[in-house]
Structures are given as structure tokens and as C-alpha cells.
Design a protein. Structure first.
Lengths: 415, 415
């Protein structure tokens, strides 16, 4: 990492397009400081409850209870939805693939670089492949070292009782000569999301993770098959959201999540870093920032009050926030502790967001247009009045949603 | 296996519904006799070419050539599409998971059987879960021992030069106390299928296999999470098609493939066997048998002439056909040898089939209705006249199909 001021000036152009406000005091995030990592070493987040929360993803340790949405069937589906991601994570024993380390589940590719034309042609090839290999949306950003962890964290080398010795390594996992970051996204199923809060609704994240894992691993293999380097990353390596915004897939929002025009924030991002030069996409604006300024549905609905009610600021609530970024800042400690208290993940902020729609119909698209105009307060009123973001019970999901349906059929997609 | 006559009488009811014609001389298929297994031990199918064909799925051994559709990019995508299936296959070293053995990539489930209601309620639970975990369509059949291999085959214990000693085991892999077989299907992407014959189009199978693997493993994990036994099977354990027909997902066709109302034969089936009692679905008829009687598009288009032009018969062309089944019988030797000569799989019979449509529009559904009436010859004429099943070039797929599309968006499915 070169001098911060120099770096900042290098990135001024893209920051103007994304609207990122990055101070002189910006410091790259250290992976050990995310809430999940901290729960293994930081007394503030380390607890028996946190341990139980993670353990509950393996069935014998799930603790189903009586409340609707937290029963045996709900945990059984949630954990099955996570199963592919969990299995792939354990492909290399001792590594947290896709969670704290990039994936290594690759075959040998081609030994020399194959000619794939201009960076524009290469981008088309890669996007075609990405969609076919399972991504719902795809965008490309230039490699940006700011969004690579300053230090990485190794949970697997953390020894019992070693909470004061945090295992980190200085070098990022991926080589510095990467040129592009391909951002892929998987929609999280709406029907499961509607049952938030519940263990059942965790299946929505699990399916997102499992699909993401498959998609990014396959796309990285495709690029390796062309003789280039490619690294498939999920939660590891660096934060996803800045890349999703820079790749033109989404806008940053009050909840701290990125909002896509296709699925709102009901989406999971994954990335493939490569040295295959690819023409980057332009960031998009469709009115999310201005809409979030007048809407507080996520912050009002957050049980632990972890989401900013105020204007964007550079305040670092705790070490889980990046230093030197002016933005709506969430309190990851409060958020994570609420997850642990529920014994499952929470996505209330995703469910209640007015952009949590399907956009495969004219009314939703008309609403999105309205929300992007000066009539955004009208859009908010329309959303209040006509679009139900209220939760559904798990019983609805299991019994009523498809009641009487003998067989099912997806729409035929990806022609 | 009990006395054949007794067994046959037990299954008379379901055979009447499916239209299966099963003789007194029926013998369960031996896995060693499928064309893939035979290519490892039977001089008739064993060749350097066959070896190259299998090797080409790993990139360093692919032999891209100049012809459109067989170039480097095409093999790169095909092999990336197969990557998840290939990786999962190798999860347990030495086993051909999903290809010759059932999958074992499972976490510990629940230790005792959880109450899930009547077999009808359990079927609804399982179908809900199957669709959410990635299946495009799902159906349930009762366990039927006829469609479990009489003997299984172990490629990994076949020693070099041991072609006369075929490693088999007498016992089927799955326990006999299974009660149900859940049949899941994944659509194979139409756009890739349109480029048949080509290496590129093999990506269509690869994506089907990779999705299938994920779906059946996840569903089996869900059932295990409820405390029941569940075995995830792809090509192993027994033939898929009879189960797909018995589960009401498809009708048997001239090409030897099963035709679904949703995707025609452009679909891959996978199965989960379980001892969780599930109410079986009823077989369906929507006119495929009668339509195939007047249509010979698949048999006329098959380069090695491997598909029956005549009426269904009990003739066993070679050991790769099941003894005692009256049906349209394909010549697996000719089919497999053609694949090897092309250095990639072939799906011409899928591409040219008049049922190879999307059925997400009224015209296709109207055509399907017409094909199921006495006016089926008119439907065939309409198909000839208006529906292009002619191949597209790989260049179309890479350059024209999505030309100018900056980002992509799937339809929002599985709400």
C-alpha cells in the first residue's frame, strides 16, 4: 500500500462516480475486526451464546424450540440450504474457504494465456459465462486495493484460550497484480425472506451462500481454463459492497447493505479477482441515496437499533467499522448479539426495505421509477399503503404458500 | 430380489399407469453394462479415443480444434460448467460420487425420526424443500427394486489390464428398506443446447449435472436433518428414467429419454431414496407416446443412427439394453462411439425434439396441447414450419445472443 494521499487521488475518479466519501484518515479494514472474527477473540463479542449460534448450523447442535419458525423443520431446512456452502468451506481441512479464505477447490487450468480479444470483448465473454454458470447479475470493477483487507485473519490457527493473540498475516491472500474484480450476485428467495424473523428464513441466506459458492468457483475455473489467474472469494479477502457499487450493480443504502435495481438488498454478492483485463462497468444511481434519506423503515424496524437513524457520518462506532469512510454506519456489535440471542441470523432490514420487490412486473418497476424522482415521499407513502412488508409466519411457508400444488415448475430462465 | 413372477405381479398396478411393458424374462440391469462402465473393461467400447473423451473434461487434456464450437473458449466453458459436479465427484477420493456411487458428502443429521405428519403432509414438506433447494420440478415414486442395479460396478477398483475381471458387488448400494424415491429435475440451458453439436453445448449437460448434484445432496441432507435415511443419487444406483416416469414427471419417448411437459427432454433427473414414507405421485400422459409414433425427428437426425426408427420392441441390441423391457431401444454403443469421435457429448436428439420448447408462453403451451390430440400430425407440421430446431453456431452464443447487453437479470423465480 502506497502513501494514503496518493492512493486517494488515484481513486478520486471512481469515488466521484460512486459518491464514496473517503477521508485522508482512511485505513484499510483488518479482517480480525469483523463481528464474526471478533466473536472468536474479542471478549466484547465472545460468548457461549455466540458459540451456540455457530454450532447450530450443524444439525445435532441446533436447538429447535417451540416458537413458530424456530422448530425442527425450520432448522432442518435452514441447515440443508447452507449445506453446499458448508461442505465447500470444509473442502480443504483447516481452512474457512469462502468465509475467511478464498476458495482453492480448483482443477488445473490452461498453462498459457489464451487470446480473448480486447478488454471489452473479454468482459462480454466473462459476463456470458457468469450468467450461464448461475449468477443472477454480474458487473465488473477495476481492482481497487482499498477493498482488500489490510491484514487477514486465520480462525483455524487461533488456539483455545489464545484470545489475546490474534493470528493475522500482513500480506493479502491474493496477489497485487490483479486487474479486475468480477462481482456476481445471487438472489435470496423472497418467500423465505418473508418469514423473517425465523430460523426458517435463514434458509434464504443459506441458499444465497450455496449458490454464490458454486457460481464464483465455476467462474474462476472458467477463467483459469483460459490460462489466467482467478480467485473466487465470498466473505474473505475484503468487503464485497464497495466492489458491488463500483461494478455498477447496486447503490449503498442506510442499512449498510447495497441495493440492486433487480432484487433490492435481498441479494448476496461474491467476487472473482483476476489478472484477465476486463473493461469495467460504470456505477449506477437510481435514487437509492435520496430515498434512504427520507425512509427509515430499516432503522425503525431493527430490534437492537443497530442501523443509523442519522445522516451519513465518519463516526467509527467500534472497531468493526472502517476508519475514514463517511457513510450510514451500522453497529455490528448490536447486530451480531441480536443474531446470537435469536440463535439464527436476522434479515429484518432486508424484508422491510421498500426496494424488497421482484421487479418482474410493471407495478414494481413503476414504483422504482417513482422512488427515483422528487416524488420519493409519495413512493414511500405508496409502499406503506399497498406493499406489505409485514412478516409471514413459518406455517404459511410450509402449509399455505404452495398448498395443494402437486408439482412445481420454475419459469424457464437463462435462455 | 424375490421370484420374478411374483415381483411383476406386485408392480402390475404401476405398470398399467406408466404403460411400461415388462416381460417375464425381465432382469434388473447390471451397472457394469452401461456404455460408460463398458468403456473401461469391454473391448467393444474401450479405446484410446474413449480415454481421450473422458480426459478432455480436465482442461490440460482438452484438445480444442479449429472448428466453430470446438475451440478453446468452448472447452473452457464446458469444463467450468462441469466443475462443481466434477469436484463433488472427487470429494471422497477413489469414489465416483454421483456417477457410479451415491453421494456421501453429508453432515450428521438428527439422531431420531422427527414427526412430519401423514405421508401426504411429508410429501408436501419434501417438495417445498426440494424446489427451494434448487430443483425445477419434483415428483415422488414408491421405491421399486426393479430400478435398482442388480449388481454395481466399481471403476476405481478396476486394475490396469484387468479388463476381463469386472469388479462388481452383488448388493445394491442403498438399503432395501427404502420406501420412496424423490425425483428432482434440473433444466438444461436452452441457449447452449441450441449449439449442439459442439463442445460448447456440453456446458448444457455440465450445468445440469452441477445443479443436480447440489440439489440432491442438499435435499438428502434436509431429510437426514429430520432423522430419516436419505441417499442422493445421480447416475449411480439404478436408471433414473423409469423413476421419473413413475413419479409423474415425464413420459418415455422414442429417443430413450423422458419428456417433461416443462422442458421436453432438455432436463436432467436426479434422485433421493429415503425411508421417510411419502405419498407417491401419479404418472402422467400428455400424448408423448402417440406423438413419438408419428415423429422421427430424433432418429432421423442421429448421426450414428442409434435411435429406433421402428415400433417399440423387446429386442436387446447389446448388453447395454435391459432384458425384458418392450420399448424404443437405443444403441448405446453407436451413441457412445459418436461422442468419442466428436471428443464431447452429443445432444442432437434433445435439440431437434419438437417438445424442446420453454412452455413459458401461450404459443408453446397451445402447441403442446395440439400435440396431445388426434391432430398430432398437424402439430408436427406446425413444428416443422414455425419452430426452428436447427442448430446455432457457437459464435452466435458468444457474440450475438447477448450482444450489447451490459448487465443481465434473471426473471425472479421461486417466490
Amino acid at each position: 500500500m502506497t502513501n494514503q494521499n496518493e492512493t486517494n487521488s488515484n481513486f478520486r475518479a471512481i469515488d466521484e462516480e460512486t459518491g464514496f466519501v473517503i477521508g485522508e484518515d482512511f485505513v484499510r479494514f483488518e479482517q480480525k475486526n469483523d463481528a464474526f472474527s471478533r466473536s472468536t477473540w474479542d471478549e466484547e463479542l465472545k460468548s457461549k451464546r455466540a458459540e451456540n449460534f455457530f454450532q447450530a448450523y450443524l444439525m445435532p447442535n441446533a436447538k429447535p424450540r417451540k416458537g413458530e419458525g424456530y422448530q425442527h423443520l425450520d432448522y432442518a431446512l435452514r441447515n440443508a440450504a447452507w449445506h453446499m456452502a458448508t461442505s465447500l468451506r470444509q473442502f480443504s481441512p483447516g481452512r474457512g474457504e469462502g468465509f475467511q479464505d478464498m476458495f482453492t477447490i480448483h482443477e488445473q487450468g490452461w498453462s498459457e494465456k489464451v487470446e480473448v480479444g480486447s478488454s471489452e470483448e473479454a468482459a462480454k465473454v466473462v459476463k456470458n459465462a457468469a450468467i450461464m454458470l448461475g449468477a443472477d447479475i454480474v458487473g465488473i470493477a477495476d481492482y481497487d486495493e482499498r477493498w482488500v483487507y489490510k491484514t487477514t485473519f486465520r480462525r483455524q490457527t487461533l488456539k483455545p484460550g489464545q484470545s489475546n493473540t490474534i493470528p493475522t498475516q500482513t500480506e493479502p491472500e491474493i496477489p497485487e497484480h490483479m486487474t479486475s474484480c468480477i462481482v456476481l450476485a445471487s438472489e435470496m428467495p423472497l418467500s423465505l425472506n418473508r418469514t423473517v424473523p425465523s430460523a426458517l428464513s435463514g434458509g434464504s441466506s443459506g441458499i444465497g451462500y450455496s449458490r454464490d459458492a458454486s457460481t464464483c468457483i465455476s467462474l474462476a475455473q472458467f477463467i483459469r481454463n483460459l490460462g489466467y489467474e482467478a480467485y473466487a472469494c465470498m466473505n474473505d479477502t475484503g468487503p464485497s459492497i464497495p466492489y458491488a457499487v463500483q461494478a455498477g450493480l447496486a447503490e449503498y443504502s442506510r442499512s449498510g447493505l447495497a441495493i440492486t435495481p433487480e432484487f433490492g438488498s435481498r441479494v448476496r454478492f461474491t467476487r472473482v479477482f483476476t489478472n484477465l483485463p476486463l473493461k469495467a462497468d460504470k456505477p449506477i444511481q437510481f435514487g437509492v441515496k435520496e430515498f434512504c434519506e427520507v425512509c427509515r423503515k430499516c432503522s425503525d424496524s431493527c430490534p437492537p437499533q443497530a442501523i443509523a437513524k442519522e445522516a451519513p457520518s465518519a463516526e467509527q462506532i467500534n472497531v468493526s467499522n472502517t476508519q475514514g469512510l463517511t457513510k450510514w454506519t451500522t453497529n455490528a456489535e448490536k447486530c451480531f448479539k441480536f443474531w446470537c440471542s435469536q440463535n439464527t441470523e436476522c434479515s429484518i432490514c432486508i424484508r422491510v426495505c421498500p426496494y424488497n420487490r421482484t421487479f418482474n412486473n410493471r407495478l414494481d418497476r413503476a414504483w422504482r421509477w417513482l422512488a427515483g424522482t422528487r416524488l420519493r415521499r409519495l413512493a414511500l407513502w405508496v409502499d406503506d399503503k399497498f406493499n406489505s412488508h409485514t412478516g409471514k409466519k413459518a406455517g404459511w411457508w410450509w402449509n399455505e404458500r404452495n398448498a395443494g400444488v402437486k408439482r412445481y415448475s420454475s419459469l424457464s430462465i437463462k435462455k
